[in-house]
Design a protein around this ligand. Structure first.
Ligand code: F6P
Length: 319
């Protein structure tokens, strides 16, 4: 394999640039040429393909977002779209493609794989909802962003003796809420994986209040409920002064943490190794300390496990 292509697709995630850098530099180190595809699958269909060199990825390891740009592309879901993409890859002599993104991006990658084009997926999403890997690129940065904001909200929540509801991203997954909630010392964490009971949440708040607690923080995953609805429900039942903050896309930006840069560098480099070794239709992931390769078919047929032990621990510690 002489020429490798790389693209980012779906929602951006901090650390994607570090992954692109790893793919480009490892490919060149291995004597291969590498091409960057702009705007994900949309750019692949439109032929937005440029050769990259060592300098193309200089000074990007610390930057959030993706220098290759990203897009969500409906046309790629069609057979014609996929054929155009393969034609463009062949036009540039690209023999293998590395796709950095989430599960939607991997579905697209597998479509190419099933048409005979070698692909390797690199998990990049703040949601951490990809099965077969402990973490995806961007998650660590996102939860650090969330806890920084929880700290700030705590200051004002304490001063005014208020209850704060903070809605976080995660799509259908509760991982961001779970880990930022534990690290941020939230009183309650609402996730789509566990049915919640608003009466119990309010009882806990009232108990805390009777003990002299000055403020409370409730973390709500967007997949569990709307933060504003929870805020209303709490106010109605407890009479507490309640405020709601929806964090939104702030969670997708910012300089990646060391953890995300290291993960991205390891996964990006491994993806190149796999392509060169003749592997195809795999995803690279991290299990414990090890970088592993898993069939994309398997990844897409499973659901990411939720860590109920961490959830229980968070409940125990916020008694
Ligand atoms: O998948 C990443 C994510 O940020 C989700 O947490 C969120 O639900 C979604 O993307 C938002 O998508 P968009 O940026 O298209 O509004």
């Amino acid at each position: 394999m002489k020429r490798i292509g790389v693209l980012t697709s779906g929602g951006d995630a901090p650390g994607m640039n570090a992954a692109i850098r790893a793919v480009v530099r490892k490919s060149i180190f291995m004597g291969r040429e590498v091409f960057g595809i702009h705007r994900g699958y949309l750019g692949l269909i439109n032929g937005e393909i440029k050769k990259m060199n060592l300098g193309s990825v200089a000074d990007i390891i610390h930057r959030g977002g993706t220098i290759l740009l990203t897009a969500r592309c409906e046309e790629f879901k069609t057979e014609e779209g996929q054929q155009k993409a393969i034609d463009n890859l062949r036009k540039y002599g690209i023999e293998g493609l590395i796709v950095i993104g989430g599960d939607g991006s991997f579905r697209g990658a597998l479509d190419l794989g099933k048409r005979g084009f070698p692909v390797i997926g690199v998990p990049g999403t703040i949601d951490n909802d990809i099965p077969c890997t402990d973490y995806s690129i961007g998650f660590d940065t996102a939860i650090n962003t969330v806890i920084e904001i929880i700290n700030k909200i705590r200051d004002t929540a304490t001063s005014h003796e208020r209850t704060f509801v903070i809605e976080v991203m995660g799509r259908d997954s509760g991982w961001i809420a779970l880990e930022s909630g534990l690290a941020g010392g939230a009183e309650s964490i609402l996730v789509p994986e566990v049915k919640f009971n608003i009466e119990q949440i309010c009882d806990k708040l009232l108990k805390g209040y009777r003990r002299g607690k000055l403020h409370s923080i409730i973390i709500v995953a967007e997949g569990a409920a709307r933060g504003f609805d929870i805020g209303e429900a709490i106010k109605e039942r407890t009479g507490f002064e309640t405020r709601v903050t929806v964090l939104g896309h702030i969670q997708r930006g910012g300089t990646p943490t060391a953890m995300d840069r290291i993960l991205a560098s390891r996964l990006g480099a491994k993806a190149v190794d796999l392509l060169i070794q003749g592997e195809r239709n795999k995803m690279v992931g991290i299990k414990g300390k090890d970088i592993v390769a898993i069939d994309l078919d398997k990844v897409l047929s499973e659901k990411k496990e939720f860590d109920f032990n961490i959830y229980e621990l968070a409940n125990t510690l916020s008694i």
